[in-house]
Structure formats: C-alpha cells, structure tokens
Design a binder for this molecule. Structure first.
Ligand code: FPP
Length: 225
C-alpha cells in the first residue's frame, strides 16, 4: 500500500498560537516522526510526504530557509531511527536548486538506508508533479515504461506504484501539484486537522476509512489494494 500525505496547516497552527510560521513547521516535523513510526508498524510499503512544493519557493526567504534547515537537520537526526526501524529514505523532486549541504545530506541518507527493506519513506522536496510528467514525456521510450521514466526524472526509486490513499490535512481540498499521475485511482481523504495536531490515532482512523472503501478501478468489482 502506498500512502501520500499533503502536510498542510503548519502556518495556521502557529498563527493560532501567536507563533512565527517556522514554529509551525518545527511542530510539524515532530509529527512526521510519529506518523512514520506508525506507518512502519502498520506495514505500509511506501509513504510519500509533501515537504516542499516547487511553488513553495514563492514564500518569504526566511521561511524557505527555515524549512530547508529543518529538512537537513531532520534527515541527519532521524537517520539512526530509520536504520533501527528498517526504513529506507528517498527524496523525490528536483535537486539542482537545493543548497549543496542539503543535497549531500539527502545523498548520505539515501545511501545509508539503501539496504533497508521495511517502509520506503519518500520526502517530496522541490517537487512538482506537472514538471515531472512534462520531463518524463520528453524522454524517448515505450509508453508502457512511462512510470520508470517518471521515477528517473524525480530521483525516485522505481516500482513504487500508484498512490492508494492520499491524505491532506489543514482543511483545503486540492491536490496542489502532488503525485498527479500516481493519484489516478487514489482514494482521497481530507481532514480539517492542522498537520502539527495530526496524530497516529487519526492516521489509523484514515487507514480504517480507506479499508472500508469499495475500489473498482473503473470496473464493477472491488479489488483490494
Ligand atoms: C504546509 O503548511 C507545510 C509546508 C509547506 C512544509 C511542510 C514541512 C514540514 C512538515 C516540516 C519538515 C518536514 C520534514 C519531513 C522534516 P503551510 O505552511 O502551508 O500551512 P498554512 O496553510 O496553514 O499556511
């Protein structure tokens, strides 16, 4: 099973408490740890988290720097935990605009966890589904290999497959350029909970909701994911 999460609501969570927006992102990073551990326990094969979209570069420079710093620190600090839980890391998106220290941290984390066979944790950083689809379409090759081409242009490991469940926190109901190709038959779940208030408990409830859905993939009989 492949679950994707659009972790929205950090800024509003902070504003509600009179805190600067980066404080919301820090609180959000703490929740990432809790959800990753729950995903690993639940036997989910792939978890893709939308950490920074290509459109997020439009935010104030200080906020962008705070998110990038958080990502770099998180990659380093969570590495032992990933290894202990057999979690493999993969960062998808464009790397050319990221700071070299962050790119080095990404490459190091990916190399260090390459042998892990439990949960595959993918962080989408400077990610745009449209850009990825357009880039993959430029690469020559047979149409049935499109998934592989899409993976190659975003540094993704091959074989992650389509998204089964897409969760968006924070109350908005949109996809915001996240995994558009892979979401063709994804079940969508929107919750008003701000990301820093999201919990393992609500994540489990989302998984239970998903299991109760009738997936037909355009046919007439339900197929399990
Ligand atoms: C959306 O909330 C959140 C982001 C753009 C950043 C997500 C980053 C993290 C959760 C922390 C770092 C991630 C990892 C994996 C350590 P928003 O700022 O759009 O919130 P708002 O809609 O309330 O303004």
């Amino acid at each position: 099973m492949h679950v994707g999460i659009i972790m929205d609501g950090n800024g509003r969570w902070a504003a509600k408490r009179g805190l600067p927006r980066p404080a919301g992102h820090r609180a959000g990073a703490a929740v990432v740890r809790e959800i990753v551990e729950e995903a690993a326990r639940s036997g989910i094969r792939v978890l893709t988290l939308y950490a920074f979209s290509s459109d997020n570069w439009r935010r104030p420079r200080a906020e962008v720097s705070a998110i990038m710093r958080l990502l770099r620190r998180h990659l380093a600090s969570e590495l032992p935990r990933c290894l202990a839980n057999d979690v493999r890391l993969n960062v998808i998106g464009t790397r050319s605009r990221l700071d070299p220290p962050l790119v080095r941290a990404i490459e190091h984390a990916e190399r260090a966890t390459a042998g892990c066979r439990g949960l595959l944790l993918r962080l989408a950083v400077d990610y745009s589904a449209r850009r990825a689809i357009a880039a993959a379409a430029q690469v020559a090759g047979p149409q049935d290999a499109f998934d592989q081409r899409l993976a190659a242009v975003t540094h993704a490991l091959p074989g992650c497959g389509d998204l089964d469940l897409l969760i968006r926190t924070g109350g908005e109901r949109r996809l915001s350029d996240f995994l558009l190709w892979e979401s063709a038959y994804a079940e969508l779940l929107f919750t008003a909970t701000y990301w820093p208030d999201f919990s393992a408990r609500e994540f489990c409830a989302a998984l239970a909701d998903f299991r109760g859905r009738d997936r037909r993939f355009g046919g007439i009989e339900a197929r399990s994911a």
